[in-house]
Design a protein around this ligand. Structure first.
Ligand SMILES: CC/C=C\C/C=C\CCCC/C=C/C(=O)SCCNC(=O)CCNC(=O)[C@H](O)C(C)(C)COP(=O)(O)OP(=O)(O)OC[C@H]1O[C@@H](n2cnc3c(N)ncnc32)[C@H](O)[C@@H]1OP(=O)(O)O
Length: 301
């Protein structure tokens, strides 16, 4: 799936492949490279083959200050994911953050506030694409959640196959959209229902719950809570457990479980985009976003 088609020239320029040792297929040292496998990525996404785990890549999100999912950042994530999917030396990805204390602050509010319908449509298409790419990935995708993870950040986490959260009370996770005066679209809702069950999801969505780690574990929005300095090592050991399963059987099973949920969006992607553009363009919604952005600014004192 050529994802670079339709990218804005700036974005395409941003994503020129980084210098790589000739012939270094990700996951294998290039002939004569000597120093092992090179990383690749782009300004906001660093992908490093895990030196301790053959076939595993660590994808570090580094869009400071809060890994907000801007259009450029989404595009870089998508292209990095596509590269990894196409590189058969990789079987698993650990997604984590390079922004201290924050996994991802979710969708970039400035991509939805004060923007024209055409931009909102382009942005929402990229949001849909990231979810589909992660949720349906043939790779094992493990979230090493080392920071707070509201809304879109929570969706990214939920789209992984397994979630390891650092046991820091500040690192809450949840679909908090109602607190902003907006709503999670049906496919966000579907993933949460699939993960924590209908009643728990209904309550969490309506109240905009951000679960601290202990509650997140209890409700099932994450699979494991560990000390902060063990998140990456735990993700790596869980990855080894998942990679012990033959890829083809695991991939077919993942598809069996997830495709009905993904199909609900795939069958109505354009309608979903139009719904989003209509909803986000409402004066009342724009006002809510303005109020929320102002609160964020006032918070800084
Ligand atoms: C029919 C219906 C169809 C569709 C559905 C409708 C609508 C679509 C949207 C639905 C889905 C939405 C998903 C989302 O993800 S919305 C975003 C939700 N995110 C949040 O609520 C988090 C907001 N941020 C915070 O709470 C804090 O910033 C955070 C993450 C705890 C970090 O705190 P701190 O370290 O103190 O940092 P600051 O708050 O000072 O922030 C630094 C800087 O970043 C800016 N910023 C923070 N979050 C965002 C964001 N999500 N988008 C854009 N910018 C963000 C913040 O304003 C500061 O900016 P400054 O310039 O002042 O430095």
């Amino acid at each position: 799936m050529a994802l670079t088609v339709g990218l804005r020239p700036l974005t395409r320029a941003l994503l020129r492949p980084w210098a790589r040792v000739p012939g270094a297929a990700l996951g294998r040292p290039a002939a004569g490279s000597g120093d092992g496998v090179r990383c690749f990525g782009s300004p906001r996404v660093l992908v490093e083959p895990d030196p301790a785990a053959v076939g595993v890549a660590v994808m570090k999100m580094r869009n400071p200050p809060v890994n907000s999912l801007s259009l450029e950042f989404l595009t870089e994530l998508l292209i990095s994911l596509e590269k990894l999917e196409n590189d058969k030396t990789f079987r698993g990805i650990i997604i984590t953050s390079d922004c201290p204390g924050i996994f991802s602050a979710g969708l970039d509010l400035l991509e939805m506030y004060g923007r024209d319908p055409a931009h909102c449509a382009e942005y929402w298409k990229a949001v849909q694409e990231l979810w589909l790419r992660v949720y349906l990935s043939n790779l094992v995708v493990i979230g090493a959640i080392n920071g707070i993870s509201p809304a879109g950040g929570c969706l990214l986490s939920l789209s992984c196959d397994y979630r390891v959260l650092a046991n820091n009370p500040k690192y809450a996770i949840g679909l908090n959209e109602t607190l902003l005066g907006i709503i999670a679209p049906f496919w966000f809702k579907d993933v949460l229902v699939n993960t924590i069950g209908h009643r728990a999801a209904e309550r969490a969505l309506q109240l905009g719950f951000l679960f601290p780690p202990s509650d997140a574990l209890q409700v099932g929005i994450v699979d494991q809570v560990v000390p902060e300095d063990q998140v990456q090592s735990t993700a790596r050991s869980v990855m080894a457990q998942w990679l012990a399963i033959p890829d083809h059987a695991r991939q077919l099973t993942k598809n069996l479980v997830r495709k009905p949920t993904a199909d609900r969006l795939l069958q109505q992607r354009d309608a979903d985009i139009q719904n989003f553009v209509r909803f986000i363009s409402r004066d009342s919604i724009q006002k809510s976003l303005h109020v929320y952005l102002e609160k964020l600014k006032q918070k800084k004192g």
